[in-house]
Write a protein that binds this ligand. Structure first.
Ligand SMILES: [Zn+2]
Length: 220
């Protein structure tokens, strides 16, 4: 029987609460982020997942071990959230700090922090979701911003409409039961399955084929 390689999951939010769902999973040398939500009860930085853990060398496969995309650099320091991290055009430490982001469904506690991760922190890797989630996500994010503006929660307005559109412009859609093969060796397989809950929602099966053909998997 083949041995199971190590799989680690680090909640960046939602560990003991509802809101800001975001889990860093490392398996077979890959780092993927599952969901990127906001906590709607907060109007300051506590509404975001603890993205600084993506750069923490103590985190599984952290930046000190080298992010898989190799795009580590820039001006921000680990443990801080650099406002406008890429506005000056320089590379961000977050640009390729994970290999991919997968979004399970369009609720704000699963997508609300995407504009912050992409447009403010500077993540430039792929983002995957179903076409239904993609279609509704834009309305959800723009509406959330609109509500925050109306309520004058100025501290919560951490992204603009342009940030929303930009963060979704790089989304790649995936169909149910479609297996994505990612990584240099095409050895990271991700397959979404029907999850109920809301239109377009999925659970994800992640699987990595290691060189010795050992296999490890994780289901969310
Ligand atoms: Zn939900």
């Amino acid at each position: 029987m083949a041995a199971q390689a190590k799989i680690e999951a680090t909640p960046l939010g939602a560990g003991q609460e509802i809101g800001r769902s975001c889990v860093l999973v490392t398996l077979g040398g890959y780092r993927v982020l599952l969901d990127c939500g906001i906590h709607t009860a907060f109007t300051d930085n506590r509404c975001f997942p603890r993205f600084e853990l993506l750069l923490d060398g103590d985190a599984p496969g952290g930046a000190q071990d080298g992010c898989a995309g190799g795009g580590v650099g820039g001006t921000s320091s680990a443990g801080s959230l650099p406002p406008g991290g890429t506005a000056e055009g320089g590379p961000s430490k977050y640009a390729h700090c994970v290999d991919a982001v997968f979004v399970t469904h369009y609720h704000l506690d699963h997508i609300g922090a995407l504009p912050h991760l992409v447009s403010v922190l500077g993540y430039r890797g792929p983002i995957y979701m179903t076409s239904a989630t993609r279609a509704i996500a834009q309305t959800m994010l723009l509406d959330y911003r609109h509500v925050m503006v109306e309520r004058k929660h100025s501290k919560a307005i951490m992204y603009t409409e342009q940030d929303v559109l930009f963060s979704l412009s790089n989304v790649r859609t995936v169909a149910l039961h479609e297996t994505l093969r990612l990584g240099e060796g095409q050895d990271l397989e991700v397959t979404p399955y029907y999850a109920g809950h809301v239109l377009g929602a999925v659970m994800l099966h992640l699987q990595v084929f290691l060189p010795d053909r050992m296999k490890e998997s994780s289901i969310k």
